[in-house]
Each structure stands twice: as structure tokens, then as C-alpha cells.
Design a protein around this ligand. Sequence first.
Ligand code: NAI
Length: 334
Amino acid sequence: MSDTRTVTVINGDGIGPEVMQATVRILEAVKAPLKFEYHDAGSEVITKYGTNLPPATVDSVLRNGVALKGPTGTAVGTGLPSANVAMRKQLDLYASLRPVKSVPGVKTRYESVDLVVVRENTESLYAGVENIIVPGVVVALKIMSEKACTRIARFAFEYARANGRKKVSAVHKANIMKLADGLFLDCCRRVNRDFPEIQYEEVIIDNCCMQLVKDPSRFDVLVTENLYGDILSDLCAGLVGGLGLVPGANIGERCAVFEAVHGTAPDIAGKGLANPTALLMSAVMMLDYLGMKEQAARVEAALLRVYGEGQVRTGDLGGKATTRDFTDAVIAAL
Ligand code: NAI
């Protein structure tokens, strides 16, 4: 029996509270030895705290070492950086891990997609260094450091080794950004020398997108910088049925934040229609990370059973089930 762990829970904005409530109900139903400590973040709490990322939230994640987070919206015109970008920087959550796997019973163009996107989370154009040089001319800096490129490469290779993955593909645009993406490739090549059993290849980002759409089975672990990783994650989500299904984790040396790939879905927020699968699968990743393997396996099996039976589907997958109907079905399948 694992020791009880306290998890920081951040509901977030839009559909965040709905999918979080569903996920916590399922975690309680599977009797995972977890305690939940609720904290705020996101655009909807700015008036309350004067910020979208209150210091108490950051402190809680550092204290507990692990958080489950709903999506947070980016309020335009506040001058604040997005809560996500701020959280990743403040907690140094340098690695974004997004496993993309076909869900049996969810019909898509490909049946057996099974790949992982590893994205560097702290640099590149997301450093947010933009300047107006003269009126009408803006420069946005792409920042790449040897330290960040090396640690994300090491993370990807170590993940591959620990999870029995065979190949790592470094995704880049070094033909154009010879210095910035060139540095990224140099770091990947150097780290690769410590992992001789893992096949290594380099793929240019535009070609990678085309290859993914044509034949995703040729990929295993993809490692890339921040912007390409963001775009690739959504592309890969599309391969397996959409944003409602794909989980994610942001991992650093001191803590890890588990969250779905999708955003706040303003078009369906508050209607009880959101698919909680992506956050629930993120919670499964969290259970695994905490060593609660049995509960992780049980939740995943229940979820796959609901999909396999094909009776209860939320609107994003063509069904009529509400968030609550879907959650009830998973709990019944546990
Ligand atoms: P989105 O992911 O919120 O929505 C895109 C489409 O997917 C919408 O049609 C939405 O209804 C659907 N969708 C997303 N999640 C779903 C779910 N669980 N169940 C059913 N349908 C789902 O992307 P969008 O509209 O570009 O972003 C909205 C807001 O979310 C923005 O403020 C953005 O900055 C923020 N965002 C936050 C993220 C995070 O906190 N990790 C990630 C991505 C976006």
C-alpha cells in the first residue's frame, strides 16, 4: 500500500472545474491514497489576486511536489504572461511529456498510434522576449541554450530507455535556423552517445508533420523545442481523435504538474459537455509517477472498457453523454 500523498489541485478556467470534478470523483472511487489541496490559477482569478498565478499556488506545488491542473485561459490585454508559461518558468518544469496513443473503439484514420512528444518547455520563442525596433518592426527572440537543449535531450533518451522505446527523433529546422536549431541538434547528438541501444534520427519539422499525417507508426519518441512541440502535440492529438483524449505532464527536477493538452474550451464551458478523458489520463500518469501503479492500471482499464463498449461517448466524439454520464460510466466500470 502506498503512503498517502498530497496533490495540489488547480481547477483552472472554462471547462477546467468540470473535468477536474469528474477526475477527482474517479480518483476517489478507485481509492487512490491521495489528499487534495485546492489552489487557484488562471484568468478568472485575476480580479481576486491581481495575478493569474498566486504565490500560494506555486508554494503548494513546490511543497507537495505534484499537481493536477485544469486548463487556464490567457486573458488578452492584462499584460500578464500566461499562467502556464509563468508556472513552467517559476517551477522550472522543463520537460513536457505527451504520450499519444490510439484509444480502442475510437475510430480514427489510424488504429495503432503509439508515440510520445517530448517538448522543451522553458525557452525558444516562448521566452517572450519581443521588442518593437521601430514602429512597424517587431523582433521576437528565439532563445536556445546548451543547458536546456542537453537536459531535454537527456530526458527524452532516458524516458525511451525506461519505457522500452526504440527510437528518438529530434525534430528541428536547422536548415534555416543553423545556429539555434543547430545547437539543439548538437546537444541531441552528444546525449545520444550515452544511449547506444536507442536508434536516433533527425527530422525537419515540416517533413515531420507530413510524415506524421501519412504514417505515424514510423515514430516513437519525438524530442523538440518549445514551439514545434506545441504544434506537434496538437497535430498528434488529432491523429487519435482530438484534444479531449490526450494527457500530458510538465516535469521538472523539483516537481511535476499533470494536465491535459487541451485548453479551456470556451465554446462548451459550463454546459457539462466536456470530455474528461484527457485530464483523467493525465491523472493516470500522475498515479504512475507516484508509484500508485495498481490504481493507475485500474482507472486506465475502466476508461478503455467504457470506450471499448462504445455506449457512452461525449459530444467531441459524436456521442450524447454529458461529463457526468461519462464519469458515472467509468466509475461503474472500475
Ligand atoms: P481548446 O483546446 O480550449 O479548444 C479547441 C476545441 O477543442 C474547441 O472546439 C473545444 O470545445 C474542443 N475541446 C477542447 N477540450 C475538450 C474537451 N475536454 N472535451 C470536448 N471538447 C474539447 O483551444 P483554444 O480554443 O485554442 O483555447 C482556449 C483557451 O485555452 C485559450 O485562452 C488558450 O490560451 C487556453 N489554453 C490553455 C491550455 C492549458 O492551460 N494547458 C492549453 C491550450 C490552450
